[in-house]
Every structure is written in C-alpha cells, then in structure tokens.
Design a protein around this ligand. Sequence first.
Ligand SMILES: [Zn+2]
Length: 307
Amino acid sequence: MTPRQRLGATPRPPVAVPAYEKVMIYCDSPTLEEWLAPPQPPLPQPTWTKLIVDGVMLSNSIEYGSWRRNPVCPIVCEACWSADCAMTGLARLVTLRDWILWLPGQAEDLDESWRDQLDRSHFLAQAVIMPQATWDGLHARFPNLPPADHYPPASRRGVAQLWLSEMPEAVRVRGLAELDDHLRRTALASDPLDLDPAREVIRSMIGWLNEAPGQSATGRIVRVQDAGGPANSFYFDGPPFPEWPAFIVGRDNSFVFDRGWVLLIGEADGPPDQQPLPAGTESRTVTPSAKAVRRAARPAPRRGPGR
Ligand SMILES: [Zn+2]
C-alpha cells in the first residue's frame, strides 16, 4: 500500500503540474525568439532576443539585460529599455560543477537601499538548472553574457535555498530553521523510510548545511534514477495532499530537486553530469503561439526603485 493510499488521497494526474506548485525548470534547449524592441523615438529599434524555457520567459532581451551583476536582471523595461528600471525576474546565478543554477533571488542578495522596496514578486519564481554547455552556447552567441565562471560557485546556503524552494508550495518552509519542526507537525507519512528515520536523515542534512553555509558545495547533479537508490518522499495532509521527494535513501547529503534531479554532495570526480548538448542552444525563431501572445500581453514590468 502506498502512502497515498494510506492517506486515502486521490492520485493526481501523472503529467499535469498543479498551478499552485512552482517547479524547477530544466533548461537544456531554450527557445530564442527575436523581436523588435518597442519604439523609443527617435532611436532606431534594436532587435532583441527573448530567452524562453518551458513557456517561461526568463529574459525579454538577452542583449539589454543586466548579466554582469548578481542577481542578474534579465528583464528589460519596455518603456525605457533599462534592466534597472524593470527589476523583474531577478535571479542569482551560481555554478555547480558543469551546471549553472538560477536561484530565485533573496532580499539578502540586494543592496541595502533596495531591500525595503522589493518583494518576492520581483524575483524569478522558479529555479532553473541549465547545463553549462547551454550557457556556453548562449555566451558564444551573445557577447554581453559573461562566461560561466563569472558567477560564483554554489554555496551550501544556495543548495538549501534550491532544495527548499522545490518543496510543494502548500507545505514549503521559509528557511532551514523551520524544517524539522514543520515535518514533525505536518508530515503524515514517509516512503520508503518510516517517518522517524526519514526525519533523522533530514536533521543530518540540515546539520551539514548549517555547519558552513558559505562554503562551496561540491557534488554532481544526476537524474534520480541514476542516484543509486530510491528517492524518499514525505506526504502531507490535503487536499492537495502534497508529496515532497527530499533525499535518496542510503546516500548522505543527497538533495532531491524537482523534475527528478538530485545533487549528490561530495561526488566531485567522474564523467560530466550530462551528455553534450550540441543542439541545445541553436537559434529557433518561432512564430508566436497563442501562449506567446498571452505572455506578450502581460503587464509592463513594474518601475523599480530607480538608479
Ligand atoms: Zn523604464
């Protein structure tokens, strides 16, 4: 009997992702969509390129986005062509082995003068994991994108942020400090480990993350099925009966991220984490779909605090 059956829950559709869940985006083949920048007379209109992944526009102008700072500002104000003005979709980019991780920004990432004026709505909503080969392809095509090593290595704090951000939104905690108590109060079942030993594993992972939060994390990101053991999930009451796959049974400090990816800490050697992706960044100019038209009709980026 699966934990879900024990809970008497209705299985959710296997493919559909409920709207309330923000899941990580795996990005090895972004869509690059060229468009003419909104007019700003008397200036000639430059051609801009949108960076779109899984229907999410990460940047509306790779050319005019601000990529050298961190967090990056990939969305440009369509009125004045400035990334500083839009202050939308902010993301902190970090590297981990041969990956670039786009972390939803946090207030701590910002200059003090901005912290009071920005909230979550200004930040990237979903984390992105991107093979470095994909970034390299973008960098080769858009010289204003810095090379991958411009961005710092992921710290344990960044790993924690990514890990927790992939908890189902209905049961997500704001920080590591809340996690153990939260599971004790709200998790109804765990599989395949029982709740107590599973929570013990979580406490050990929290201890490792807190031991040196600023230290670089070394490890490999692999598919869950290649991790050498099953993912252990926690189950919560509902609806919507969320499930959180959190770690790999039998692997110390294995942080399961959404969409079947896991970071195995301490595995620094071995072959590259992913296969080469030669076609990954080839330009595709797409005809705007109904979805793209809806995206384009979104409200203009909000005016930021002005700099
Ligand atoms: Zn503006």
